[in-house]
Design a protein around this ligand. Sequence first.
Ligand code: SF4
Ligand code: SF4
Length: 169
Amino acid sequence: MISYFKEVGTAFWNTCKGLKVTLGYLFKPAITVSYPTEKLVPFEKFRGALLFDTNTCIACNLCVKACPSDCIALKNAKNEQGKTIAKVDWYTIDFGKCNFCRLCEEACPTKPKSVWHSLDYELMFQNRDEMVRSWRKEDDYVGVYFDRGEQKFKPPTGQVPIQDVPARR
Ligand code: SF4
Ligand code: SF4
């Protein structure tokens, strides 16, 4: 009988110890995030999906030469007289070959950079076409891809810039 009550007392005491730990954490701020409605923002130098700005790019070709994976291509724009100007007609990055090394961003001489890594770590592709990102004069930083089936440029599917969701640092 004594040993029975001793066992009950020990179990009760152990339960209290467990509850003490639980209660200790109950009023502390949460360290987890409710992904995907809430996301952590990576550190500043994180090499996420590349973005490009057609307005600042001077079509100098330095990023093309710096890229070790040969995944950047561009074409200079021309003025009304047919003379080549320091602007791009189009610019492409093949994310299927990119190793996210940042050499293109480092080589870019413009301020701010015309090609740079975003903090977006959710880059995803539905097919090979989507891996080749293109930018023309009217496109935003994220760019478009050419759908060979539909023979037209389309915005990338399912890419949500990491900055557009509630963040916790
Ligand atoms: S991050 Fe590296 S591999 Fe990717 S496009 Fe830039 S230079 Fe090329
Ligand atoms: S992105 Fe930068 S390095 Fe590449 S062509 Fe444009 S200005 Fe030159």
